[in-house]
Design a protein around this ligand. Structure first.
Ligand SMILES: [Zn+2]
Length: 307
């Protein structure tokens, strides 16, 4: 079995891992600290990678390649980060920098696309030709597989669900448009809406906890977030007719409340003919979707679909 390295560069945390095929064998997680700059982050990824090799007794020349998942927008053809607002990176040639640091061939892909690939090969969408992975966390990201291939799009922006307009003329978004899904259904949006309505600073977890205790304001805010998210998911259903939509991200830790709501609203918005073969579920890859997908991407695994 060939060995691969994988990295998941996130807004808050970065994870580095070693894989034997699709088996995760060692993982290291550390704060991204974007303010210290891209050079510094790349160096720390290198330190982490070499520490994992030492820990596992693996020689660097036995690693075949590295896959790296990163928030977008990315310029995949040139291996560059265009812009990551949460980390503060602009126009970073991340692929070339990591190839120098790790002395490996690096395959760069959007993090949500990596997660969708992981779902397609080893997760909820195994053996399905079309699926979507949607992460609901600080923001909202989405990766789409259609007919066995990741959908990148002409500008590498396919599946930018977080910036789908779900409320024309609605809340202003940092992307420059109004009414984006991310402004209604992300963890940040839920926490902000409740904090404003109740005039006290609440976290997303606080809002769900209060809803569980019957706080009507919090229940209403969560219902509205689920409603707009389902509206966004219905667009995916109608356009790609997926076999599964797997949901992940920190907000789905509250799946007990959130999932039944999303399911009910989705049934209102999407056509029965599409929904009858679309399963909505919480990802079971437990926060490591991007690492798994990055390793699979590095392996260049061909998707083998039967459905
Ligand atoms: Zn937006």
């Amino acid at each position: 079995m060939s060995l691969y390295a994988a990295a998941d560069i996130g807004g808050t945390k970065t994870a580095v891992a070693l894989f034997s095929g699709t088996q995760l064998i060692a993982k290291d997680v550390f704060p991204t600290n974007g303010e210290s700059g891209a050079d510094n982050l790349v160096q720390r990824i290198g330190v982490s990678y070499r520490r994992l090799l030492d820990r596992c007794g693996i020689k660097a020349h036995d690693i075949a390649a590295a896959g790296v998942g990163c928030p977008g927008p990315l310029d995949l053809k040139n291996g560059r980060i265009v812009h990551i607002a949460t980390i503060g990176f602009h126009d970073v040639p991340i692929k070339a920098m990591l190839e120098r640091e790790l002395d490996l061939q690096v395959f760069l892909e959007n993090d949500a696309n990596c997660a969708a690939l992981a779902e397609a090969v080893i997760g909820a969408g195994k053996d399905l030709s079309s699926l979507a992975y949607v992460t609901v966390s600080t923001g909202i990201g989405c990766g789409i597989v259609v007919n066995g291939s990741l959908l990148d799009g002409v500008s590498d922006c396919a599946g930018e669900l977080g910036h789908l307009t779900v409320m024309p003329g609605g809340i202003m978004c940092p992307c420059g448009k109004r009414g984006c899904l991310e402004r209604y259904s992300s963890g940040t949006a839920i926490a902000n809406a409740a904090s404003e309505a109740l005039d006290e600073r609440l976290t997303t977890k606080d809002v769900f906890d209060r809803a569980r205790s019957g706080d009507e304001v919090c229940v209403h805010i969560i219902e509205y977030a689920a409603d707009r998210l389902a509206f966004g998911l219905s667009a995916i259903c109608q356009i790609i007719d997926p076999g599964v939509i797997a949901l992940g991200g920190s907000v789905l830790k509250n799946a007990d409340i959130f999932m039944p709501l999303i399911r009910n609203f989705l049934a209102e918005y999407a056509n029965d003919a599409v929904l009858k073969n679309t399963r909505l579920c919480v990802s079971e890859l437990d926060g490591d979707q991007v690492l798994y997908g990055a390793a699979i991407y590095a392996e260049g695994k061909k998707l083998d679909f039967t459905a």
